[in-house]
Design a protein around this ligand. Sequence first.
Ligand code: FE2
Length: 330
Amino acid sequence: MKCLGIESTAHTFGISIVTEKGKILSNEKNTYTTKSGGMIPRELTEHHYSCAKKVIDKALATAGVTMKDIDLISYSQGPGIGNSLRVGAITARQLSLLFNIPIIGVNHCVAHVEIGRKLCDAADPVMLYASGANTQIICFENNYYRVFGETLDTGIGNFLDTFGRKIGMGFPAGPELDKLYYKGKELIEMPYTVKGMDLAFSGLLTSAINKFNKVKGNKQKENDIIYSTLHTAFAMLTEVTERALAHTEKKQVILGGGVGCSKPLQEMVSKMCEERGAKLFVPPNSTMIDNGIMIGWLGILMHKNGYRTPINSSQIKPKQRTDDIKVIWR
Ligand code: FE2
């Protein structure tokens, strides 16, 4: 079985072709970026529509297949930005009707967990899912991927992008912030908000912007603020992940989401795992950022286990939660 996976929850329009055994035949994408202003929903729609055909054609060509070789089309049904999700769902329906191929709508967050488990051969990890809109600590318990802790306001990636934008960076700001993190020398005290198992970033964001503006022009002091801001945010994530490990008595941690690619975050979580005797898995960056591979792979898992999405119930679900999906394939 070959599945064509369509990812379009936010900035990335991605197409991948994956086999039943998890072999990745191709992985193509086109990502919306801006020099200022963050993600503008109307522009996201235009971006995804304008690149869709090119990305699909490239993914088919790289895999050396045509649509006639595809047995299943899987698409991100939620959660995500409506404008983006809609392009993926419509593309899935069009291809389905044109080539008479079944479609399956899958949950983007669950897809991150499953591709991580598959590629890292991690049996039962705690996932720190740190992306733009999503920040969750996810563990498998009684047939569901349960959310043990999550952000109460903004996702860590959106927090970093907003901070970056306010201090004059383009979108996405994460890679540039990471570089400057290592230039910081002094750790300045910042608001640290962990409530039970949940996190909040808005106080830290306001404080970081205000502190940055006060030292603007002094490069070293600016870098100290960036270092302290990221250090505080990542320490919050690491604390909640550690407590999820302690509570569930699991021995593995896996990273997911675009912020999972951050070296400072990886170093901090790695140190925590080392001290607890847990193993950290870091999937390839290409599958931590948004991608079609994980959508195709979860589509195969769900389809093989009886999940079906008839066209007339293939609507997008922008607010669908990780723990809405019954996991019958584990
Ligand atoms: Fe994601």
